[in-house]
Write a protein that binds this ligand. Structure first.
Ligand code: BEZ
Ligand code: FE
Length: 270
């Protein structure tokens, strides 16, 4: 396969292949869009409304988000074929470089009293052999109890390593449904279509062994009201939805909820 756009070129041959691939993708995209213009008899005025919308979307810094909402799961599914193991899911627009959390706590500051603390633990296995993946690297990031990501810092973001037996554990909070688009062009578009613009609450996870990224996925929270109508179609599935156990006796500051999620690493890197 030729290098993918954005993966960088290593020589003149690859640069030529990149150019050819980019041109083929551009032509295919425009041809599909021309079909839409013909089918819906879209006027030039309507095309300009679309252009103005894209200008607003760019100014709001939301182009990545809309592309993710519309297309990322299709890319995940196309590349996940025959990989096996835990189902992949979209990376989303808010991945960063996260600090290692030696004690497993993903906090930069004390969680707010309205947040529900959660202990998430499990074992990472090689799907094919069932052998635990000792020292696997797990990288987590998520929204807070109000559905907001920390985009300036690393609150509710962090890396932990599995132990010799492949076991990992983090302490975090239960994130809320993510509804940051109410006042941006994505919200405007979804409202205009009579649809909601909310993501079901989730925790992002990347798992690597050695220097190889093996899995990018999301774990969904059963507390979400949007599991059936996440605006990223096809993202939510029951195999990626956590089962929460409530600890009746939790002291203040102690996790009230616990969940287990075992990870099975498929045959190919993502
Ligand atoms: C997310 O996974 O957090 C996400 C995906 C698409 C748009 C916005 C957020
Ligand atoms: Fe997310």
């Amino acid at each position: 396969m030729t290098a993918r756009v954005g993966e960088g070129s290593t020589g003149p041959k690859t640069a030529e292949a990149d150019k050819a691939r980019l041109e083929a993708i551009w032509r295919a995209t425009i041809n599909k869009l021309k079909e839409v213009v013909r089918e819906y008899e879209i006027t030039q005025d309507e095309l300009h409304v679309a252009g103005d919308f894209l200008d607003r979307l760019g100014k709001a810094g939301m182009c990545r988000s809309l592309i993710d909402v519309a297309l990322a799961m299709t890319s995940v599914e196309a590349l996940d074929v025959a990989k096996g193991g835990t189902r992949s899911n979209l990376e989303g627009p808010y991945y960063g470089t996260h600090p290692v959390r030696p004690n497993g706590r993903l906090f930069e500051r004390e969680p707010s009293p309205s947040a529900s603390l959660l202990t998430l633990s499990g074992t990472v296995y090689e799907a094919e052999t069932g052998v635990p993946a000792a020292h696997a690297r797990l990288d987590f990031w998520q929204a807070d109890e109000n559905g907001h990501y920390d985009r300036a810092g690393n609150h509710l973001r962090g890396v932990v390593f599995a132990d010799d037996a492949g076991h990992y554990e983090i302490t975090t909070i239960i994130p809320s449904d993510y509804a940051e688009h109410d006042h941006d062009p994505i919200g405007e578009l979804f409202r205009a279509m009579g649809r909601t613009n909310t993501r079901a609450a989730h925790i992002h996870l990347k798992v690597s062994t050695g220097s190889t990224l093996r899995l990018t996925t999301q774990l969904f929270l059963p507390t979400s009201s949007f599991l059936e109508r996440d605006y990223v179609e096809g993202a939510v599935s029951s195999d990626l939805t956590l089962f929460l156990i409530e600890q009746e006796q939790a002291d203040a500051g102690e996790p009230r909820y616990a969940a287990t999620f075992d990870v099975f690493l498929g045959s190919e890197a993502t």
